[in-house]
Design a protein around this ligand. Structure first.
Ligand code: FAD
Ligand code: NAI
Length: 467
């Protein structure tokens, strides 16, 4: 019988990173994966394919709308969707192969099949042929991720009524797309298909988009998306989709109750969140306790209720983000190797990879108000940033929130091109407990968009230069 120090179930960003870190620290490690390819949701049907399509569709839109004003004459661009999907697949394959290589490089065994926890020190792996093997291991890390959340009464067929997975592989550009949920998936994938020609309507239950993000940022972002052609129906829910006709007919009701209306669409994308995935893991029999939302319950050291069994990533509480899963993977591996692994949940950036991007780290203004924290705000618009002006990409602004007494930066929020790259200077600053003054006095290269971050920090002290 095979025997290990650590077996990780699932090879998403949480699982494979955990396995690598544990192997680096000298543990004998195996991973279990039920899918044909490694890399989990993120690499196969999540972060990576969505970013490939966001990139390609953005360039398509630029070629059609922005090139001419810069004096670049090209014929009207045409979409070759199979080629675009091939570009996406090449990106997926490259990353998946990269993980396979890293498993080999770090001498991590890959056990293909479905993992089931039998209890402390033991799990079962059932291959696709049905053959089961028992594996002994000192420790188990559950990193089985999440699955799409479904809407009652609306069946996802991944062709006309799709989840994110189907929306990443549509065979033709729909003339109309109805998105249920104005969260990250709805706005990213809505952007992809809008740029490629679909008329996109987003129905959101709440009275705002992007719940959890700073309210002011979300409001301005909604206006920018509306300028791009998005239509929003906020405070509304989809209660049914009639599939009998050539086009789908969705019934929309006000969230607070009232008269229903119908919206026709070629494709409906259901993007109302994700749920932890624990199917067939045998957790109940093994005595692993779940919380009231079906997530594996863990303590501050990622330990479940069963000794020697740990859990990380989307299957546990916290933001469902690849980098959060990765950092938890590293932390638990270090703990298992006798080190002091730790994740700082106060400094986990979140990025929406639209154009412009939305990026956020730390507390929102709404959270600070709710907590009664005295704070100061510094804001700087990209319309006043030289580089953004010359490139004519001035949508958005930077907002820095600092403690009113200590000046310590508590949150940073950016809408703008490359916001997802810029947010990290705020993240590093916050990780070191830095102040707005520290940021304001750090020399920033000119001309860069990042100067807007410095100016926002200067604005905390009411002394922005270019405003
Ligand atoms: P997963 O990546 O879900 O991996 C879990 C793995 O476990 C899977 O491979 C699964 O097959 C395997 N597994 C499950 N059960 C078993 C079992 N019993 N036996 C064996 N194997 C099993 N996050 C970001 O940070 N940035 C983004 O840009 C981003 N974009 C996204 C876009 C989309 C469309 C979606 C859907 C998600 C996106 N996410 C993004 C979220 C991100 O994908 C997840 O947060 C991340 O994948 C979670 O990692 P994980 O390791 O916990 O689980
Ligand atoms: P989400 O939680 O971001 O958004 C779901 C939205 O649907 C919310 O605004 C919610 O209020 C709304 N909603 C829920 N039920 C509804 C209903 N019945 N009718 C109308 N609206 C309803 O979830 P999403 O977009 O599905 O993404 C899932 C996860 O994947 C997120 O947790 C996110 O962190 C992750 N992800 C991250 C990305 C990134 O980091 N760039 C990209 C894509 C996904």
């Amino acid at each position: 019988m095979a025997s290990y120090d650590l077996v990780v179930i699932g090879t998403g960003p949480g699982g494979y990173v955990c396995a690598i870190r544990a192997a680096q620290l000298g543990l004998k490690v195996a991973v279990v994966e039920k899918n044909a390819t490694l890399g989990g949701t993120c690499l196969n049907v999540g972060c990576m394919p969505s970013k490939a399509l966001l990139h390609a569709s953005e360039l398509f839109e630029e070629a059609g709308h922005s090139f001419a004003k810069m004096g670049i004459k090209v014929p009207a661009p045409e979409i070759d969707l199979p080629a675009m999907m091939n570009f996406k697949q090449q990106g997926i394959d490259g990353n998946v192969k990269g993980v396979e290589f890293l498993m080999k490089k770090n001498k991590i065994d890959v056990l293909v099949g479905k993992g089931k926890v039998l209890g402390t020190g033991k799990l079962q792996v059932t291959g696709n042929d049905g053959a089961a093997q028992t594996v002994e291991t000192k420790n188990i890390v559950i990193a089985t991720g999440s699955d799409i959340a479904r809407l009652k009464g609306i069946e996802i067929d991944e062709t006309r009524i799709v989840s994110s997975t189907g929306a990443l592989s549509l065979e033709k550009v729909p003339s109309s797309l109805l998105v249920v949920g104005a969260g990250v998936i709805g706005l990213e994938l809505g952007s992809v298909w809008r740029r490629l020609g679909a008329k996109v309507t987003v129905v959101e239950f709440l009275d705002r988009i992007l719940p959890g993000m700073d309210g002011e940022i979300a409001k301005q972002f909604q206006r920018i998306l509306e300028k791009q052609g998005f239509a929003f129906k906020l405070g509304a829910k989809v209660t049914g989709v009639d599939t009998s006709g050539a086009t789908l007919s969705a019934t929309i009701e006000p969230a607070a109750g009232g008269a229903a209306e119908k919206i026709e669409a070629d494709v409906v994308l259901v993007a109302i969140g994700r749920v932890p995935y624990t199917d067939g893991l045998g957790l109940q029999e093994a005595g692993v306790v779940l919380d009231n939302r079906g997530r594996v319950q863990i303590d501050h050291h990622f330990a479940t209720s069963v000794p020697g069994v740990y859990a990380i990533g989307d299957v546990v509480a916290g933001p469902m983000l690849a980098h959060k899963a990765e950092d938890e993977g590293v932390a638990v591996a270090e703990i298992l190797a006798g080190q002091a692994g730790h994740v700082n949940y106060d400094v986990i950036p979140g990025v929406v990879y639209t154009t412009p991007e939305v990026a956020s780290v730390g507390k929102t203004e709404d959270e600070l108000k709710q907590a009664g924290t005295a704070y100061t705000v510094g804001k700087f618009p990209f319309t006043a940033n030289g580089r953004s002006k010359v490139n004519q990409t001035t949508d958005g602004f930077v907002k820095i929130l600092a403690d009113a007494k200590t000046d310590r930066v508590l949150g940073a929020h950016i809408i703008g091109r490359e916001a997802g790259e810029m947010i990290h200077e705020a993240a590093v600053l916050m990780e070191f407990g830095g102040s707005a003054e520290d940021l304001a006095r750090t020399c920033h290269a000119h001309p860069t968009r990042s100067e807007a971050v410095k100016e926002a920090a200067l604005a905390v002290g009411k002394r922005a230069i270019h405003m």
